[in-house]
Design a protein around this ligand. Structure first.
Ligand code: ADP
Length: 201
């Protein structure tokens, strides 16, 4: 099995992230964790690329629908439908519009616990309830309620893979193998070496 320090995750700065001129700020958050950038490109995704992306996990549509019902109920509001698949379909349609509206930056970050660490720093899906200090919590105001009222996707700046399996599938969907670069980052010695030999002169 590969060492945990070689775990990789997909991050996409969504069109609103670029339009808000937050690309540098977002990249900095992942970079300063100690993660290594191994792939990066600017592109305008097609609607079918986005549809396939959100269908890579066959359960995603149901789960996203369930989460959205739960969010309504937590706030004492009545969901527009009690069928998670109906809500899930609506979210996929709105995501196709959102994610193809302008350029995005797709990146692959590598390092120990890359998937979980990136999700932690990115913050929860809904900016209204994302923790303070996370990227979504600090840089954007949006909510399920507002997105639903206006019939659009929640604008939350970033996509980040939710699990290692998801990351592996998503990386293959967004990058060709030759677009990912294997290299040594000098700071990896201080992050991962068992013995910190050779620091003192
Ligand atoms: P995350 O991006 O945090 O992993 P999900 O995978 O659940 O979240 O959802 C994917 C994206 O779909 C979200 O980032 C958000 O842009 C949008 N989204 C999710 N749920 C809803 C919803 N109920 N209404 C509108 N947009 C949504």
């Amino acid at each position: 099995m590969a060492h945990i320090k070689s775990e990789r995750t997909l991050v996409v700065i969504k069109p609103d992230g670029l339009q808000r001129t937050l690309a540098g700020e977002i990249i900095k958050r992942y970079e300063r964790l100690g993660l290594k950038l191994v792939g990066m490109k600017l592109l305008v995704p097609t609607a079918s690329h986005i549809k396939t992306h959100y269908n890579l996990d066959p359960n995603w549509k149901r789960i996203v629908g369930e989460k959205s019902i739960e969010a309504y109920q937590k706030k004492g509001l009545t969901p527009p439908s009690m069928d998670p698949l109906v809500l899930g379909d609506k979210v996929i349609d709105s995501l196709q519009k959102y994610m193809t509206s302008g350029p995005v930056v797709a990146m692959v970050w590598q390092g120990a616990h890359a998937v979980k660490i990136v999700r932690k720093v990115t913050g929860g899906t809904e900016p209204l309830t994302s923790d303070v200090g996370t990227i979504r919590g600090d840089f954007v105001v949006d909510s399920y309620q507002m997105a639903d009222t206006d019939g659009r996707a929640v604008r939350n700046l970033i996509h980040a893979s939710g699990s290692v399996d998801e990351a592996n599938n998503e990386i293959k969907h967004w990058f060709n193998p030759e677009e990912l670069i294997n290299y040594r980052l000098v700071q990896e010695q201080i992050l991962y070496d068992v013995n910190l030999d050779g620091l003192l002169e």
